[in-house]
Write a protein that binds this ligand. Structure first.
Ligand SMILES: *Cc1c(COP(=O)(O)O)cnc(C)c1O
Length: 406
C-alpha cells in the first residue's frame, strides 16, 4: 500500500502566467487602474463573466469582500436581518456584521445542506439571504429561490468553494441575484487571496464597483461581458458617482495575472476532483461506521475535499479515529471537535444572541473533513480510503488481545 500523499500542497501555477508576471515586474504596473485599457484585472473580469454566463463581474480582494459589497450594494438598512446557514466559515457572518447587518442563523442537516423547513420558519422579518454552499454542497436552490421570490427577499450566493458546480445545469453563483467566489489558495482558482462578485444587475454592480474603490472616473475602465452593451452600466455608474463611500477592496494585477491562465484548467480540475471524490466516497461508504451523504438530484458537484459522517461513535471514539487516521498519514478535521474551529457556529461569539442550533451542532460533532485535491491519482485516493477505513476499524473493532485481557 502506498503512503497517502500530501493533500495541502497547491497545484503549480500554469507556466503561461510567467511571461505576464515578468512584464508586471518589469513595468511595476500592479494597480488595476493605471493602464489605459486591458489591465489583467479587467481582462479577468470579462473572462470570468464570459465563463459564468453573467453580464458583469467585479474582481475584489476576497470572497468575504465580495459578500460585504453585495450587502452594501443591496442598500440594506442598518440593522437589517440577513439569514445564513449555521454551517459556514466565520468570515461569512463577519461580512454581515461589517455591513452593519444582523446575522440570523438557520439549521443545517446531516447532509451539510440548509434545513429548508427551519430556513422557512426564520424567513419572516429577514431582509436578505446569503446561501453558503459550504464545501461545495449545494442546498435546495429550487426551494430557497421560491421561498425568497414569494417574499421579494434578495439571495446572495456564497459560492466561494463551488466554482464549477451546477444545479439543473446552471452555474452555481448565477442563481441568486449576486454570486461571490474566492481565489484563496484552498479554492479551485488560486491567487493566494482574491475574489469575484458576479451579477446581471447593472445598478447593483455599479454600486459595488464604486464602493470597491473605483474613485473619480476609474469606473470607466469596467466593462460588461464581451459583446454586451455597456450603456446600462455606464448610466448606473454615472447615477452613483460621488454618492457612495469607498472601501478599497480591489484586486491587484499580479493576482489577476496568476488566476487568468487557471481559467482554462477549470473543466479539468472539476472533472478530476469529482472523480477523486466519488471514487473515495464509494470506498469509505462501504464501512458500517461511515456515511457519505449523497448529492441532491439537480446538482453536479465540483469537490476538492471529502466530507463524511461517523455513525455509532461517541466523542472519545471520534477523537480516537482522528488519531488513528493521523497515524496512517491522513489528517481529518471534525468541525465541532477542535478548539476554536472557525466553522463551528458557537465560536462566532461576535454575534449577539447566538442561537443554539441542535441539529447543526450534532452534525458538526461527527462530520469529518479531508482535503482531496484534483491533482491526486486514484491510487492516492485508495491510500486515503484505506487509511480512513483502517482507522475506524481499529477504533470500533476490539483487538483479540484486548477482548481477552483482564
Ligand atoms: C473560503 C470561503 C469563504 C471566504 O473566502 P475568502 O476569499 O477567504 O474571503 C467564504 N465562504 C466559503 C463557503 C468559503 O469556502
Amino acid at each position: 500500500m502506498s503512503l497517502p500523499p500530501s493533500v495541502y500542497d497547491a497545484e503549480p501555477i500554469p507556466e503561461a502566467a510567467r511571461a505576464e508576471i515578468e512584464r508586471l515586474l518589469t513595468t511595476g504596473d500592479l494597480f488595476r487602474y493605471t493602464a489605459a485599457q486591458d489591465a489583467p484585472v479587467t481582462l479577468l473580469e470579462t473572462e470570468f463573466a464570459q465563463m459564468m454566463g453573467t453580464k458583469y463581474a467585479l474582481a475584489v480582494s476576497s470572497c468575504s469582500a465580495a459578500l460585504f459589497l453585495s450587502l452594501k450594494a443591496l442598500d440594506l438598512p442598518r440593522g437589517a436581518r440577513v439569514l445564513l446557514p449555521g454551517f459556514t466559515f466565520a468570515a461569512v457572518p463577519s461580512a454581515v456584521v461589517h455591513a452593519d447587518c444582523r446575522p440570523v442563523l438557520c439549521e443545517v442537516g446531516e447532509d451539510y445542506r440548509i434545513d429548508i423547513a427551519d430556513f422557512e420558519s426564520r424567513l419572516p422579518g429577514v431582509d436578505a439571504v446569503i446561501i453558503s454552499h459550504m464545501r461545495g454542497h449545494t442546498s435546495d436552490m429550487d426551494a430557497i429561490m421560491a421561498l425568497c421570490a414569494d417574499r421579494d427577499i434578495p439571495v446572495v450566493e456564497d459560492a466561494a468553494h463551488s466554482l464549477g458546480t451546477t444545479w439543473h445545469g446552471q452555474n452555481i453563483g448565477t442563481i441568486g441575484r449576486i454570486g461571490c467566489f474566492s481565489f484563496q489558495s484552498y479554492k479551485l482558482l488560486n491567487s493566494g487571496e482574491g475574489g469575484m462578485l458576479i451579477t446581471d444587475d447593472a445598478d447593483l454592480v455599479a454600486r459595488a464597483i464604486i464602493m470597491s474603490g473605483a474613485y473619480e472616473h476609474m469606473w470607466k475602465k469596467h466593462k460588461p461581458r464581451h459583446g454586451e452593451n455597456s450603456n446600462d452600466l455606464t448610466e448606473a455608474l454615472e447615477r452613483w458617482q460621488n454618492r457612495l463611500p469607498l472601501y478599497n477592496l480591489r484586486l491587484s494585477n499580479l493576482a489577476a495575472a496568476i488566476v487568468r491562465p487557471q481559467l482554462a484548467e477549470v473543466p479539468r480540475r472539476v472533472r478530476d476532483g469529482r472523480r477523486n471524490h466519488d471514487h473515495t466516497a464509494a470506498a469509505i461508504g462501504a464501512s458500517p461506521w461511515i456515511v457519505v451523504p449523497g448529492k441532491l438530484p439537480p446538482e453536479e458537484r465540483a469537490p476538492d475535499s471529502l466530507q463524511f459522517n461517523l455513525v455509532g461513535l461517541d466523542d472519545a471514539q471520534t477523537r480516537a479515529f482522528q488519531t488513528a487516521a493521523a497515524e496512517r498519514g491522513v489528517k481529518v478535521q471534525v468541525f465541532g471537535l477542535s478548539t476554536d474551529n472557525a466553522r463551528a457556529f458557537w465560536n462566532w461569539q461576535f454575534i449577539p444572541d447566538l442561537p443554539d442550533l441542535p441539529r447543526t451542532r450534532a452534525m458538526l460533532m461527527r462530520a469529518c473533513d479531508c482535503r482531496l485535491p484534483a491533482r491526486l491519482t486514484l491510487a492516492d485516493c485508495d491510500a486515503i480510503a484505506a487509511a480512513l477505513i483502517g482507522a475506524v476499524e481499529e477504533v470500533m473493532t476490539p483487538a483479540p488481545q484486548a477482548a481477552t485481557a483482564g
